[in-house]
Design a protein around this ligand. Structure first.
Ligand code: ATP
Ligand code: MG
Length: 398
C-alpha cells in the first residue's frame, strides 16, 4: 500500500506538472496521475486505480466530459466517502448544482494560477484529514442508530419545530425506535412542543450513577403517545450548565445503541456541546430561513464546520418559510450555502398553532402542506439504508 495523498484522475499528461509546480516541488511520491495501463479514465477504472493506494484526495479532470467526471465523483461518494473529491473543470452556472449533488466539495478552473491551485488542493487535503479523523475516531461499537442533529446559526429559525416533527413522524412509522434529545440546555422547549410534563431531564440523567448504562439512561426518558421517547431539557436555565459537552456526547451515543434514530435539537450556533455531539452524529440537518442574513450566516457555519473537520456526516439542507416573498431564489440560496435544498418548508399559521397546542403538524394536521413537507423529510431518512457504523472505513497505518 503506498502513502499516496493525491490521485489525478485525468488523461491530461501536462496537468500533473501544473500541480507539482503549484506545490513548489513538495509533493514527490504524494501525487500520482491515473495509470493508463489499467484502462481509460472512467468510473469502471476507478477501483483498479484505488486497489493499491488510498489517496486522501482524488482530483477529477481536466480533459473529461462532465457526465464521466460526475459519475466518478458519485461513485467515490458512495464507495469511499473518506476521500475528498475536487473537480477540475471550467465553471459554468449549471455545474455547481450537479457537482454538489455528486458530493464534490470544490471546483477548480484548469487555468487557475499556482496560488489558487495550491489553495484548492490544500483545502481538499484538509477536508480529507477531518473526515479520516472523524471516521477513525468513532469506536467499533455495536451497530448503532442514526444520530440526526439539527443545526442553525440563528435562533428562531425553526429547529425545534423541525426536530419535533421529524422525531414524531419517524416514531409514528417506527414506534419505540426513536428518541429525541433536547440539547438546547438553557431554553430548550422540546417538552412544550410535544406537550409533555417530564419528571426527569438530561441533568438528572447525567447526575445519576451508571448513566452510561443504556437501561439506566432509559429510565430518564419521557414517553410521547406517538411512540417517541424524549430526553428533555431542565426547567431552570442555570441547571443546563451541569451537563458537560462530553456527557452530552456520551448520552447521545448510548441512546444510539438503543434506538434506530436519535434526533438532537440544538440551540443556535456552534456551541461546545453541539460540536461534541456532532462528532458522533451520522446526519446533520442544516436549517435556515429565506432571508439574506440567515443564508449568509449558514454559509459561515458550513465553512466553520469544514475548518473543524466536521465533514463526515451526511448533510441535509432544509429551508424554512421558503415561500416568503423576499426576492430570494432557492437557486441563489443553494449556491451561497454550497448545498442543494432537500426540503423547502412553507410558512404557515398551522405551525405556531400546533406548537402552541403541543402537537407537531405531522400528527395534528397531517393533510396540511407543511406536514407533507416535513413528512417528505421523514421519508428521506426512513428510506435511506441504516448506517452500519464507520469501522469498515478504518484506514490502516495512519
Ligand atoms: N414554517 C413555519 N411557518 C410558520 N411559523 C413557523 C414555521 N417554522 C417555525 N415557525 C414558528 O417560528 C417560531 C420559532 O420556531 P422554533 O422554536 O422551532 O425555532 P428554533 O430555531 O427552535 O428557535 P430557538 O433558536 O429559539 O430554539 C415558533 O413560534 C414556530 O411556531
Ligand atoms: Mg428551539
Amino acid at each position: 500500500m503506498t502513502d499516496l495523498r493525491i490521485l489525478l484522475a485525468t488523461p491530461h499528461a501536462g496537468y500533473e506538472q501544473r500541480v507539482r509546480q503549484a506545490f513548489g516541488g513538495l509533493l514527490n511520491g504524494d501525487l500520482r496521475r491515473w495509470d493508463a495501463a489499467l484502462g481509460a479514465v472512467s468510473p469502471d477504472g476507478l477501483l483498479r486505480q484505488l486497489s493499491d493506494a488510498q489517496p486522501d484526495v482524488v482530483a477529477i479532470g481536466p480533459g473529461l466530459d462532465l457526465d464521466t467526471a460526475l459519475a466518478m465523483a458519485a461513485q467515490l461518494e458512495q464507495d469511499r466517502p473518506e476521500i475528498s473529491v475536487l473537480l477540475i473543470s471550467e465553471t459554468e452556472p449549471a455545474l455547481w448544482e450537479r457537482a454538489m449533488r455528486a458530493g464534490i466539495r470544490d471546483v477548480l478552473d484548469p487555468s487557475a494560477v499556482d496560488a489558487d491551485v495550491r489553495a484548492a488542493f490544500d483545502r481538499a487535503l484538509h477536508v480529507a484529514e477531518g473526515r479520516r479523523r472523524n471516521l477513525v475516531g468513532v469506536p467499533d461499537a455495536a451497530p448503532s442508530g442514526r444520530i440526526i442533529t439539527v443545526l442553525s446559526p440563528k435562533g428562531g429559525s425553526g429547529k425545534t419545530t423541525l426536530a419535533s416533527n421529524l422525531a414524531v413522524g419517524l416514531a409514528l412509522a417506527e414506534p419505540n425506535k426513536v428518541a429525541i434529545v433536547d440539547l438546547d440546555l438553557q431554553f430548550g422547549d422540546v417538552s412544550s412542543a410535544l406537550r409533555m410534563n417530564p419528571e426527569t431531564s438530561i441533568v438528572d440523567a447525567v447526575r445519576a450513577p451508571g448513566h452510561q448504562d443504556a437501561m439506566t439512561l432509559k429510565t430518564f426518558l419521557t414517553a410521547h403517545p406517538s411512540g417517541l421517547w424524549a430526553l428533555c431539557g431542565p426547567d431552570a436555565p442555570a441547571e443546563g450548565e451541569l451537563v458537560t459537552a462530553e456527557q452530552a456526547k456520551a448520552v447521545v451515543q448510548t441512546l444510539a445503541g438503543e434506538f434506530r434514530y436519535v434526533v438532537v435539537d440544538t440551540c443556535a450556533g456552534l456551541t461546545e456541546h453541539t460540536l461534541s455531539v456532532l462528532e458522533v452524529s451520522t446526519d446533520l440537518i442544516l436549517m435556515c430561513a429565506m432571508d439574506v442574513l440567515s443564508v449568509r450566516s449558514l454559509r459561515k457555519e458550513v465553512d466553520a464546520l469544514e475548518q473543524l473537520g466536521m465533514t463526515h456526516q451526511r448533510r441535509h439542507f432544509v429551508i424554512n418559510r421558503a415561500d416568503s416573498k423576499v426576492g430570494l431564489d432557492i437557486k441563489d440560496v443553494e449556491a451561497t450555502v454550497g448545498q442543494p435544498v432537500d426540503v423547502a418548508v412553507s410558512s404557515s399559521r398551522v405551525v405556531p398553532l400546533s406548537m402552541n397546542q403541543g402537537s407537531p403538524v405531522v400528527e395534528s394536521e397531517p393533510r396540511s402542506q407543511v406536514a407533507k413537507q416535513f413528512t417528505s423529510l421523514v421519508h428521506k431518512f426512513a428510506e435511506q439504508p441504516q448506517q452500519s457504523g464507520f469501522s469498515l472505513l478504518r484506514r490502516s497505518g495512519r
